[in-house]
Design a binder for this molecule. Structure first.
Ligand SMILES: Cc1cc2nc3c(=O)[nH]c(=O)nc-3n(C[C@H](O)[C@H](O)[C@H](O)COP(=O)(O)OP(=O)(O)OC[C@H]3O[C@@H](n4cnc5c(N)ncnc54)[C@H](O)[C@@H]3O)c2cc1C
Ligand code: SF4
Length: 482
């Protein structure tokens, strides 16, 4: 029953509360991420009605040809299904694992709309592509001819890597610079391993290296080179640096020990799972084991924090969010997973301060009433007078969202134009910024978004760069000057 429920065979309304201890329930979650059997993949693929307007495809950011690869899977033609699947997506088995399908392809499946539960598109995508890796069908995309022109990519997240793979396949010499020691961006240091195994990211990173992409780890642009220096070295530069400035809370007691930023907590957990020794984990400051944990925020990062804390052996895990369940930004599926694992949600509650002497002991909070909708259509949170309460906490994790860093300053390129939110301004047709030959893609353009959108942007930016470099090559003087 539990497996069937997780695989989407049972409609949500039929879900029964799972009374088993959290440790046992977690084993079921491991099973969802385990391989589909051939029969299950076939059964799900067969459920596709091959409808005239494929709403799933329309709502997939990379426009995956979902009906075609479902049909091929249902006919047992898996290698062809793989060919179709990888034609539009550089990291299909990653998207199959971590796309919020309930908001994208599966949420728009007509079978879902008819209340019979969507075809589990993401799981089939994962199945097809994991099979392709097992069978040795996935090969490095080496170019048929070298163009003798190099492109620099700043940032090895999904946007930078998707662009790098596309450009390398076209024949460019591609150099990827990243300030981290490992390539993958948030795929490796943000998203927890229970959602996306690190080996799955590593094999993709290696595949690109095998195709000839050159990595420069521990290379921070702004410290180890400026943007003008990289522009002199490469015909074009792609900025795909993501957004990393964490939103903070200023309230009495916010400087106490054990109040930490979500990404510090998750990065540490990911490093430890990769075998690194991290002092802050060893000394307990970034480790939830044996603690009462409170996570502030209601997005997907908050969900990753609560679920990581459960796995680290926290005594209790609570999530404080100022709006209600239906208004939270995170995926409803993630919330359901967290609840089933034992996380307690305190809806319509906002932190006002923290108690403790040197280290936090509690979060002081107030209840929130959701008032009339503002201009954006969202109800305005209003504090309910006299509703103060305190939640016990030995570790508070702030998951309040991310903003872009000040790139023009950091990159020593004051002319680089940004929007009023600090994201890079690009021409959306070409992905070029206001600086000649400098392109941008992923979260640094959209603000905090999704892996699949970063892939889409990276692919589009590669096309923009290719068109730009070709135009330059047709102007011999300009090319010679590079
Ligand atoms: C905790 C968490 C969980 C998430 N879970 C999901 C999920 O389940 N599903 C989903 O679709 N999306 C998820 N997201 C969002 C998703 O990870 C991002 O939208 C996506 O990774 C953005 O890709 P990117 O390539 O633009 O940037 P990133 O993945 O952030 O990569 C940017 C890279 O640039 C490097 N960099 C930055 N500045 C410099 C510099 N000056 N010099 C050199 N290198 C630099 C960074 O080190 C990093 O490696 C999650 C995000 C977070 C934070
Ligand atoms: S890439 Fe994401 S949205 Fe597109 S089909 Fe796959 S899981 Fe669905």
């Amino acid at each position: 029953m539990a497996n069937q429920r997780m695989l989407g065979f049972v409609h949500t309304a039929q879900r029964m509360p799972d009374k088993r201890p959290a440790t046992e329930r977690r084993q079921d979650f491991a099973e969802i991420y385990a391989r589909f059997s051939d029969e299950r993949a076939n059964e799900q693929a067969n459920r596709c009605s091959q409808c005239g307007v494929p709403f799933c495809q329309v709502h997939c950011p990379v426009s995956n040809n979902i009906p075609d690869w479902l049909k091929l899977t249902s006919e047992g033609r898996l290698e062809e299904a793989y060919e179709v699947s990888q034609a539009t997506n550089n990291f299909p088995e990653i998207c199959g694992r971590i796309c919020p399908q309930d908001r994208l392809c599966e949420g728009n499946c007509v079978i879902e709309q008819s209340t019979h539960g969507a075809v589990t598109i993401g799981s089939v995508e994962k199945y097809i592509n994991d099979t392709a890796w097992d069978q040795g069908w996935v090969k490095p995309r080496t170019p048929s001819r070298e163009l003798g022109v190099s492109v620099g990519v700043i940032g090895a997240g999904p946007a930078g890597l998707a662009a790098a793979e596309e450009l390398r396949a076209k024949g460019y010499e591609v150099h990827v610079y990243d300030r981290y020691d490992r390539m993958g961006g948030l795929l490796v240091y943000g998203i927890p391993g229970f959602k996306l195994e690190k080996s799955v990211v590593e094999r993709r990173v290696k595949l690109l290296a095998d195709a000839g992409v050159v990595y420069h780890p521990n290379f921070e642009v702004g410290r180890d080179a400026s943007l003008p220096e990289l522009r002199r070295k490469h015909v074009a530069v792609l900025v795909a640096t993501g957004v990393y400035k964490a939103r903070d809370i200023k309230a009495p007691g916010s400087g106490l020990g054990n109040i930490v930023a979500a990404l510090d907590y998750l990065t540490t957990s990911n490093k430890v799972s990769l075998g690194d020794t991290v002092e802050a984990y060893e000394n307990g400051s970034l480790n939830a084991a044996g603690k009462h944990v409170v996570v502030l925020g209601g997005g997907d990062t908050a969900m990753d924090c609560v679920r990581t804390a459960i796995r680290q052996g926290a005594v209790s895990v609570k999530c404080l969010y100022r709006r209600d369940r239906k208004n939270m930004p995170g995926s409803q599926r993630e919330v359901a997973h967290a609840e089933e694992e034992g996380v307690e949600f305190i809806w319509q509650a906002a932190p006002e301060g923290f108690t403790g002497d040197s280290v936090v002991t509690g979060v002081r909070a107030v209840r929130i009433h959701l008032g009339v909708a503002d201009a954006t259509g969202r109800q305005t949170p209003q504090v309910i007078e006299g509703s103060e309460f305190t939640v016990q906490a030995d570790l508070v994790i702030k998951a309040l969202g991310f903003e872009p860093e000040d790139l023009p300053n950091a990159f020593d390129e004051p002319e680089l134009k940004v929007t009023r939110w600090g994201t890079l301004l690009v021409d959306h047709r070409t992905k070029m910024t206001n600086m000649d030959g400098v392109f941008a893609a992923g979260d640094i353009v959209r603000g905090a978004s999704l892996v699949v959108w970063a892939i889409r942007d990276g692919r589009d930016a590669a096309e923009g760069i290719h068109a730009y470099a070709r135009a330059k090559a047709e102007t011999p003087v300009a090319v010679a000057a590079e």
